[in-house]
Design a protein around this ligand. Structure first.
Ligand SMILES: [Zn+2]
Length: 119
């Protein structure tokens, strides 16, 4: 009588054959999930400003927000609406067009962040 094979022993990993639709790496090598949940800032929130170029186009910068990039994007949208202006995110820093330090500090504090004005 041949040895009986227990059910399930022939299952081999399908994980190896699967790739991430975003980065095309195998799921074992993919870091997309990690990136999406990675907190960008250190929680030391500072609201500063910077003028760009000789024209002196001013942007308000928000650094140190302890958020993931997705949450950072959502907050940037809130701040843009609040200030009625445009903006962007660069390397974990929210840039809002124009000088809005006071409004943004007030908004962040209302949202529960210990934000401080810098510069
Ligand atoms: Zn990926």
């Amino acid at each position: 009588m041949p040895p009986r094979r227990a059910a399930g022993t022939l299952v081999y990993s399908t994980e190896l054959g699967r790739t991430c639709p975003d980065c095309r790496r195998s799921l074992t090598e993919c870091r997309c999930r990690e990136q999406a949940t990675r907190i960008v800032g250190n929680g030391n929130v500072r609201v500063g400003r910077e003028s760009k170029g000789r024209g002196g186009k001013v942007v308000t910068l928000v650094i140190g927000l302890p958020l993931t990039s997705a949450d950072l994007a959502a907050l940037a949208t809130t701040l843009k609406k609040r200030c009625g202006t445009g903006g962007t995110i660069k390397d974990g820093v929210i840039e809002i067009q124009g000088e809005h330090r006071d409004a943004i500090v007030a908004e962040l504090q209302a949202l529960g962040y210990k934000a401080k004005r810098a510069g």
